[in-house]
Design a protein. Structure first.
Length: 257
C-alpha cells in the first residue's frame, strides 16, 4: 500500500548527537483544549490537531532512531470530562488507529497499549488488540499508547498480581524487591523513560508512569500539544543531551569536559 510521501528527518540535518539521545521518551500531551480555545475552536478540534501532532512525533521519533515512545492518550481520570468530550475522544482514538495501522505496519513500528483496556468500548479494545498482534514482531520503534491509564491503578494492578502469586504459593513476600514490582507493571519489557516531556507548561506528573519515571529527566515546554512541532521536539532532545544523570550518586565532573 502506498502512503503520501513523508520527508524523513535525518539526524545529520539536526544539531542532535545520536550518542546522547534518550532511549525512551514519554510524553504528557497537554493543552489541546487551551490551544483550541485560544483559536475559538471546540475542544474536539484541539484533540484532532493533537492527533496530527502525535503522528508527526511518532515518525520523527522513528526517523531519529529512538527505541521507545510512550504517550498519555487518555488517563483514568479523563472519564470525568463531559460525555461529549469523552465520546469524541473514544471516536477519535478508534478513527486514528484504523487510519494509521497500515502505515505503522509499513514503517515496522511496534504498537503497544497500556492501561485498563477491559474498560474501553469493545470496538476500540479490539482495534488495539489487533494493532498489537499485527506489530508484535517488529524490532524498531515501540510506540506505546497509555489509554485509560493511571499510575496508581497500574500500581494497584501490580500489587494484585503479586498477591495472587503469593496466594498460589508461587512467591514468598520476603522475595519481593523493586525488580518484582517492575516485572508486574503493564510493560515490564520496556525500560524506564529517560526523558519525560510535558507540554502546556504545568509542572506535575498527573498520575503518569509514577514508578517508571523515578529517575527520568523532566522537560516542560509552554507550547500546547498541537503546537509541539519538530523544532520543539528537537529542542527537548537537545536539552536532554545536556543533562548529567546521577541516579542518586555523586558524579565527579572533569573540569576539562
Ligand atoms: C490533553 O489536553 C490531551 C488529552 C486529554 C488527550 C490526548 C489526545 C490526543 C493528543 C489526541 C490524539 C490521541 C490519540 C491516541 C489518537 P487537554 O484536553 O487536557 O487540554 P487542556 O488542559 O488545555 O484543556
Amino acid at each position: 500500500m502506498l502512503f503520501p510521501p513523508r520527508t524523513k528527518l535525518k539526524i545529520k540535518d539536526t544539531p542532535l548527537d545520536s550518542a546522547r539521545l534518550p532511549v525512551h521518551v514519554a510524553i504528557i500531551m497537554d493543552g489541546n483544549g487551551r490551544w483550541a480555545n485560544a483559536k475559538g475552536l471546540s475542544r474536539l478540534h484541539g484533540h484532532d490537531q493533537g492527533y496530527r501532532t502525535l503522528k508527526d512525533t511518532v515518525y520523527a521519533a522513528d526517523d531519529l532512531g529512538l527505541k521507545f515512545l510512550t504517550v498519555y492518550g487518555f488517563s483514568s481520570e479523563n472519564w470525568r470530562r463531559s460525555q461529549e468530550e469523552v465520546g469524541g475522544l473514544m471516536d477519535l482514538m478508534l478513527r486514528a488507529m484504523k487510519a494509521e495501522i497500515e502505515e505503522l505496519i509499513y514503517n515496522e513500528i511496534k504498537v503497544r497499549v497500556i492501561g485498563r483496556m477491559h474498560e474501553l468500548p469493545d470496538a476500540l479494545r479490539e482495534e488495539y488488540e489487533s494493532a498489537m498482534r499485527r506489530t508484535e514482531h517488529f524490532t524498531g520503534l515501540t510506540f506505546t499508547l497509555a489509554i485509560n491509564y493511571g499510575g496508581r491503578a497500574e500500581t494497584v494492578d501490580a500489587i494484585r498480581a503479586i498477591a495472587d502469586k503469593i496466594k498460589r504459593g508461587e512467591l514468598d513476600p520476603s522475595q519481593i524487591d523493586e525488580a518484582t514490582v517492575s516485572q508486574h507493571l503493564y510493560a515490564p519489557d520496556i525500560p524506564d523513560p529517560d526523558l519525560l516531556i510535558r507540554t502546556a507548561g504545568e509542572l506535575r506528573l498527573s498520575n503518569f508512569l509514577l514508578w517508571e519515571t523515578a529517575y527520568s529527566e523532566i522537560y516542560v515546554t509552554p507550547a500546547p500539544w498541537p503546537a509541539f512541532d519538530q523544532s520543539e521536539f528537537i529542542a527537548s532532545l537537545m536539552d536532554y543531551a545536556k543533562r548529567i544523570r546521577k541516579f542518586g550518586a555523586v558524579i565527579e565532573l572533569n573540569p576539562e569536559t
